[in-house]
Design a protein around this ligand. Structure first.
Ligand SMILES: [Zn+2]
Length: 300
């Protein structure tokens, strides 16, 4: 071990005990934030400042492995925040949806539909929950029925806590949220069938023309700022710009746009999102590198 590495390790040991350095990993595990009913935010911080990587769906393990690999092999930067739900036994349920127990019933919500300031939107999404199809793992759903308002309020509060934490870890010089998702083949694509052209501007299918790898329509970026959209499009990635006319559906991208926080969503295809294949992790690492390409040096 050279002197610098030794000093770096020593520095790690001297940090407050709440921060535990994972063995041989270029990040530190911070104290998780409890959100009630076994729901937690797992927070890991890399050595250098950078974006907040947020993974709301707890079964999208390709995304998690991709950030870890990006940190190990490309650049350890920013903070990784994952939403996870644990049973009272301590088992991580790895569910796509999160739940809260109300009057003995578990009500499930999509953790990417709880960020609206309008409670009716949150409640509406809970009702829709019962008709959602499963995409990865098992999507448990319960129609909230009479518990709707109460459940919506609970999830809205959770959404507010989550966004407060995301804000807390945003870089001061170059604030950026990189939301990470995985989807299955043809389940969600960069096409007008999934993203209405009244609400979103879509790149003109660069995938069809590109000879580059992984330009399949299932792999795409959704940005809230035109500069990011234009830049990623130039790199021949399928890109979507969320327009100011986009309807509030409780998703984090709408919240970020309202707060004028720079936001890029990385959607990457998987075969089995809970059991990542190296090829899929490699693809999403490539997409992370493209997303953070122009992060200013000042924030590093
Ligand atoms: Zn997702």
């Amino acid at each position: 071990m050279d002197r610098r590495a030794f000093l770096a390790q020593l520095g790690g040991l001297l940090l407050v005990s709440r921060r535990v350095s994972a063995q041989n990993a270029p990040w530190q595990e911070l104290e998780p934030v409890a959100l009630g009913d076994g729901l937690k935010l797992r927070i890991r911080q890399a050595q250098n400042p950078g974006p907040v990587f947020f993974i709301p769906h707890n079964d999208e393990n390709v995304a998690v492995r991709s950030v870890e690999q990006f940190w190990r092999t490309v650049q350890p930067m920013g903070t990784l925040i994952e939403l996870q739900q644990f049973e009272p036994s301590g088992r991580n349920l790895e569910l796509r949806y999160v739940y809260q127990t109300l009057q003995g019933t578990r009500i499930y919500a999509d953790p990417n539909r709880i960020y609206s300031a309008n409670l009716r939107i949150t409640e509406k999404k809970l009702e829709l929950g019962s008709s959602e199809t499963k995409r990865c793992g098992v999507a448990f759903t319960t129609n909230p029925g009479d518990l709707g308002k109460q459940a919506a309020r609970r999830f809205q509060t959770i959404g507010e806590k989550i966004t407060a934490i995301l804000r807390q870890y945003l870089s001061i010089t170059d604030p950026l949220i990189v939301a990470m998702h995985n989807n299955t083949n043809d389940a969600l694509q960069a096409s007008p069938a999934y993203f209405s052209e009244r609400q979103f501007e879509l790149s003109d299918r660069p995938s069809a023309k590109s000879r580059l790898q992984n330009r399949d329509l299932d792999n795409f970026f959704l940005a809230t700022q035109r500069e990011d959209y234009a830049r990623l499009r130039k790199l021949e990635w399928n890109s979507i710009l969320q327009l100011p006319t986009a309807i509030d559906d409780g998703s984090l991208s709408i919240w970020a746009a309202k707060q004028q926080i720079r936001y890029i969503n990385i959607e990457a295809e998987h075969v089995l999102c809970a059991q990542p294949l190296p090829r899929q992790v490699g693809l999403q690492v490539q997409m992370i590198a493209a997303a953070v390409q122009n992060i200013s040096d000042a924030s590093r």
